[in-house]
Design a protein around this ligand. Structure first.
Ligand code: NI
Length: 186
C-alpha cells in the first residue's frame, strides 16, 4: 500500500539489500492467487528483508510478493515507513481471523502509482500469520495498520483496491491508465 503523501519519507535503507522494481497494474501476476509459503529458510528471510528495502525505496507502508513478481503468500508492512525498526511486520500465509467496525478512507497502491480512492475497510482486524522464521503469531491492528493488512492480504488473493471502488471511479482510473500506457508513461 502506498503511504499518504503527508507521511511519505525516505525510510530506512540498507545498501546490501536488493531493491526490486514494483510490478504495475496491467501485469497479470497482480491478479493471480499466491502459493502458501512452505520453506522458511535463510533465502526466505533474505527475501522478506529485500521486500522491506524495496517498499521503503518506493515509499510504501505495505508490499506483497506479487508486486515484485512472485506468486508467494507473503507481504511486509511497516506503517512508520522505516522510522521504527520495531514496526516491521512480515505476514507469511496470513489470514484475517476477526474484523470489526468500518472506516472509509483514501488509499493507494505502489502498483497503481498516482491514483487513490476511498475504500471501506474494517476498523479493527486480528490477523494470524507466520513471521520470516515460520513462527505463528496473531496481531490485532486498527485504522491504518488494519487497512494495510487488508490491502496486502487482498494482493495475496489477486485483488487490487480498484475492485473496491465504484464502477464509475474504477473505469475512470482504468481509462487514465490506458491513456498513460499509450503515451508510454506506464
Ligand atoms: Ni497495493
Amino acid at each position: 500500500m502506498a503511504s499518504t503523501p503527508a507521511s511519505a519519507s525516505i525510510g530506512a535503507t540498507n545498501a546490501a539489500r536488493k531493491i526490486y522494481p514494483i510490478v504495475k497494474y496491467g501485469d497479470a501476476i497482480l491478479e493471480k492467487p499466491t502459493a502458501t509459503v512452505k520453506k522458511f529458510d535463510a533465502d526466505f528471510e533474505q527475501l522478506t528483508e529485500d521486500m522491506f528495502a524495496s517498499m521503503y525505496a518506493a515509499q510504501g507502508v505495505g508490499l506483497a510478493a506479487p508486486q515484485i513478481g512472485l506468486t508467494l503468500r507473503v507481504a511486509v508492512v511497516d506503517v512508520t515507513t522505516g522510522k521504527n525498526p520495531e514496526a516491521k511486520i512480515v505476514l507469511a500465509n496470513p489470514e484475517i481471523i476477526h474484523a470489526e467496525g468500518e472506516v472509509r478512507e483514501e488509499e493507494g497502491c505502489l502498483s497503481i502509482p498516482g491514483f487513490r480512492g476511498y475504500v471501506m475497510r474494517p476498523q479493527f482486524v486480528t490477523v494470524r500469520a507466520q513471521n520470516a522464521k515460520g513462527e505463528s503469531f496473531e496481531i490485532r491492528a486498527e485504522n491504518l495498520m488494519a487497512r494495510a493488512f487488508c490491502h496486502e492480504i487482498d494482493h495475496l488473493n489477486g485483488i487490487l483496491f480498484l475492485q473496491h471502488l465504484s464502477m464509475l471511479k474504477r473505469d475512470l482510473i482504468r481509462r487514465r491508465i490506458k491513456k498513460l500506457k499509450k503515451q508510454g508513461e506506464w
